[in-house]
Design a protein around this ligand. Structure first.
Ligand SMILES: Nc1ncnc2c1ncn2[C@@H]1O[C@H](COP(=O)(O)OP(=O)(O)OP(=O)(O)O)[C@@H](O)[C@H]1O
Ligand SMILES: [Mg+2]
Length: 487
């Protein structure tokens, strides 16, 4: 952190001076705004500031918006931190909202001040905005954009000189941390998907939209102990930065979600993202043609994110690298397709060591169809079985979809049916959405479950009959051909 100290007057005297001057300052400001040209206003302001700086025993930290060509993290943090103090402290506010934001951004306007108290220290913040006479061109290091610098913005933080070390060593880091957690709280979770115009020649890019999936751990109907184990695992993962460093492992975690369609695999991923406020990168393997594309895409994923590869069993044929080398004929690695080993090695190696707090999730309907390389111990840290609905899971759905908190006369009947059949949460959720009236919805569900039971019984009978015919045929053709019988 680069600190810019101005040789400064005393905090108490500057505060007293500000206090007594404050009314006068407001008056002058109003007059200036109305009567004088902008340049002259600026001159008067500089004069007042310089006068205040001559007061003894005060220190001030200047926090400029930019540090040379790159943006200043302390400035950004100060802006966020102070936005939480603004409403109660000052009356002139700047309010804005970008399209992608959920909340209003509140900043304080030129020459307003905020007094903050930290462990008995009084700290006064002021925001200063200066227009430069001549604009200068610089390249923004963060975004590579060309900027025209026609203004200078900075915060001035004044306090008593004797607290200089504490302010620098404790208060400023405290403010940085606070800003980080506020930023995380307000973060809009994004869903990154592959840009649609994909061809062999053009490179593939991520496209992002706000994740609108409302699934949370509260709305997810899965067994309570599984839910708790997942939440505990995620919590442990995010707080273990030092642990991963100590043991020399990349800070990443892999989850394999498996189970029938409609049991909540995708909903669980959304719940994880909403819980951690991590962005999701949905990697559609069918759109990726080459190992090199895959590497590029993976390297363009941000930290604190979840990389998702859905339906890994059927999304793409992943031939083994050896086969491809043979196909090439010269023993050269083939680049026209990508390989499962390429994917897994890259994820385990370079990708995870290039970033922090990476989560990777694979989903499948059929775990038994997966390549053994994926199931190898240590590859995926947690295998989560998403199964059919349980009576408890149903109660949670009834509470989320219909607002029924306690018991309902139809619950026992529905519970018994759910217990004895394979019903997915998706099927039940669909039934519960059919009416606004809870009684009608539940009755609809009872009817649905009865029909399903009849269908299941019928198909069982049909299956049994076919099996019997099959057995008789097998025995008739060849007594020893047990394989044919069992097939
Ligand atoms: N466990 C669950 N808890 C709450 N709602 C669920 C659950 N499972 C499914 N649903 C509901 O069913 C819909 C479909 O579920 P989801 O897409 O998460 O299933 P999936 O397991 O990913 O299915 P697929 O294997 O077809 O991708 C969800 O939008 C949600 O409304
Ligand atoms: Mg899914």
């Amino acid at each position: 952190m680069v600190v810019n100290f101005s040789g400064m007057p005393s905090a108490s005297s500057i505060f007293t001076a500000y206090a007594s001057l404050s009314a006068l300052v407001m008056l002058i400001q109003t007059m200036l705004n109305q009567l004088m040209p902008r340049q002259f206003q600026h001159y008067i302001w500089s004069f007042i500031q310089n006068y205040l700086r001559t007061l003894p025993s005060n220190a001030a930290i200047i926090i400029e918006e930019r540090d040379g060509m790159s943006s200043n993290e302390v400035y950004n943090a100060a802006e966020i931190y102070l936005s939480t103090k603004i409403r109660e402290n000052i009356d002139r506010l700047k309010v804005s909202k970008r399209h992608k934001d959920n909340n209003l951004t509140v900043k304080f306007a030129q020459c307003e001040k905020i007094v903050d108290f930290f462990e008995g220290i009084e700290l006064e913040w002021r925001f200063v905005y200066e227009e430069k006479k001549k604009s200068s061109k610089v390249i923004d290091e963060d975004s590579d954009n060309l900027l025209f610098m026609a203004e200078k913005k900075y915060f001035e933080l004044c306090f008593n000189k004797k607290h200089k070390n504490k302010v620098l060593d404790v208060y400023v880091p405290f403010m940085l941390e606070k800003a980080k957690s506020i930023r995380a709280e307000n973060k809009v979770v994004k869903l990154h998907t592959l840009a649609s115009s994909v061809s062999y020649s053009s490179s593939i890019l991520w496209d992002s939209i706000n994740l609108q999936h409302p699934s949370t751990f509260d709305t997810l109907a899965i067994e309570t102990n599984i839910k708790k184990a997942i939440i505990d695992d995620l919590d442990r993962f995010v707080r273990r930065k030092e642990f991963y460093k100590k043991v020399g492992k990349a800070w990443k975690r892999g989850y394999l979600l498996y189970g029938p369609p409609g049991t909540g695999k995708s909903s669980l991923i959304a719940a994880m993202a909403n819980y951690l406020k991590f962005d999701i990168y949905d990697l559609e393997l069918t759109n990726v043609k080459r190992d090199s594309d895959l590497r590029k895409l993976l390297l363009r994923t941000a930290n604190r994110s979840i990389l998702v590869i859905e339906d890994i069993d059927c999304s793409v044929e992943l031939p083994d690298r050896k086969e491809l080398m043979c196909a090439d004929g010269h023993g050269r690695p083939h680049d026209l397709k990508f390989t499962l080993s390429g994917l897994l090695n890259f994820i385990d190696g370079l990708w995870s060591s290039c970033g922090d707090e990476r989560i990777i999730v694979f989903t499948t309907n059929k775990r038994e169809k997966l390549d053994p390389a994926l199931l190898r111990p240590g590859r995926m840290d947690m295998h989560i079985h998403m199964s059919y609905l349980t009576p408890d899971g149903f109660k949670l759905l009834a509470s989320t979809y219909l607002g029924i908190q306690g018991h309902h006369p139809l619950f026992d009947e529905i519970g018994e049916s759910i217990q004895s059949m394979k019903i997915t949460p998706a099927e039940v959720a669909e039934e519960l959405m059919k009416s606004d009236d809870p009684d009608t919805s539940l009755q609809g569900l009872v009817n649905f479950l009865n029909c399903k039971r009849i269908e299941t019984d019928l198909s069982k009978i049909k299956g049994k009959e076919e099996n019997e015919v099959h057995n008789v045929k097998g025995l008739a053709s060849d007594d020893s051909d047990i394989e044919a019988v069992t097939d």
